[in-house]
Design a protein around this ligand. Structure first.
Ligand code: SAM
Length: 268
């Protein structure tokens, strides 16, 4: 029986596998990390093209089944492991030390951990070069959204600060068994080697972005009102003016550079 709390929706429409592996641009010099191999349909496709696959599965029963099914493959390593507890930098280093030129993450992720894990992976120093994942469609759209768009959020800014995401394809719920309640989508994210903007204090930048987007449809002047831990109205207004941005703009229309200008003015 699939365990809903572990996001166990298994891919049964295998026509999407080709698109996933194509987006990952795999070669034998790549090591691939797969979180949640489940019954191994994607694992098998990855093994056919990558140098090796490191598959991490939290469900012991599924990890054992995968051993029985694909354990004979020399280029597969299966770990019965909770991916939320992984030291990604150490894993990346370990795979590179084995001689692989690139480390990529290719996974059909359980919905409940996708948003946090992607940021964590992207922020990892010397982490995966490319991430190709199946996630909830709404999350995929937020990752890729541009200023002014319906899905643009603090999360879009965070993902795009660390990486360059592209929306590959929507995947209907009927492609999975059991079908989830919502659609999914395949996203490809290339990790940036250098961030697109210079920040003296990235942590503060993200705290502020989060605060601003709590009321993303209010004007810039009013968006922080009632949000705890944010600058006072006077300090805030001064910073917006110094950054040369119109008070009547809404956070949802600001690009990353404009937000960075406000943060820099605040820091001064
Ligand atoms: N890759 C398979 C497929 O495409 O059919 C299964 C994908 S299913 C959406 C998610 C998989 O992630 C399940 O096998 C589930 O047991 C596993 N999983 C859930 N939470 C996990 C965690 N914290 N660490 C590792 N694997 C996890």
């Amino acid at each position: 029986m699939p365990k809903p709390r572990l996001g166990q929706h298994f891919l049964v429409d295998l026509s999407f596998l080709g698109l996933i592996t194509k987006s990952a641009e795999l070669s034998r010099t790549d090591a691939v990390i797969e979180v949640g191999p489940g019954k191994g349909v994607l694992t098998k496709a990855l093994l056919a093209q990558a140098g090796m696959v490191l598959a991490m599965e939290i469900d012991e029963r599924l990890a054992n089944r995968l051993h029985e099914k694909l354990g004979h493959s020399e280029n597969l390593e299966i770990r019965h492991q909770d991916a939320r507890r992984v030291d990604w930098q150490a894993v990346n280093l370990e795979l590179r030390q084995k001689g692989y030129k690139k480390v990529k993450m290719v996974s059909n992720l359980p919905y409940y951990l996708a948003t946090q894990m992607v940021i964590h992976l992207l922020a990892t120093q010397d982490g995966c070069e490319r991430i190709v994942i199946m996630v909830q469609e709404e999350v995929a759209r937020r990752m890729c959204a541009q200023p002014g768009g319906r899905d643009y959020s603090a999360y879009s800014i965070a993902v795009q600060y660390y990486g360059k995401p592209s929306f590959i394809k929507k995947v209907p719920a009927s492609a999975f068994q059991p079908p989830p309640r919502v659609s999914s989508a395949i996203v490809c994210i290339d990790r940036r080697s250098t961030p697109p903007i210079e920040l003296s204090n990235p942590e503060y930048f993200f705290i502020l972005v989060h605060g601003m987007f709590m009321h993303r449809r209010k004007t810039l002047r009013k968006c922080l009102q009632g949000v705890s831990g944010m600058p006072t109205l006077l300090v805030w207004e001064k910073a917006i003016a110094q950054a040369g941005i119109d008070f009547k703009r809404r956070p949802e229309t600001l690009d990353m550079g404009e937000v960075a200008r406000i943060v820099t003015a605040l820091e001064k």
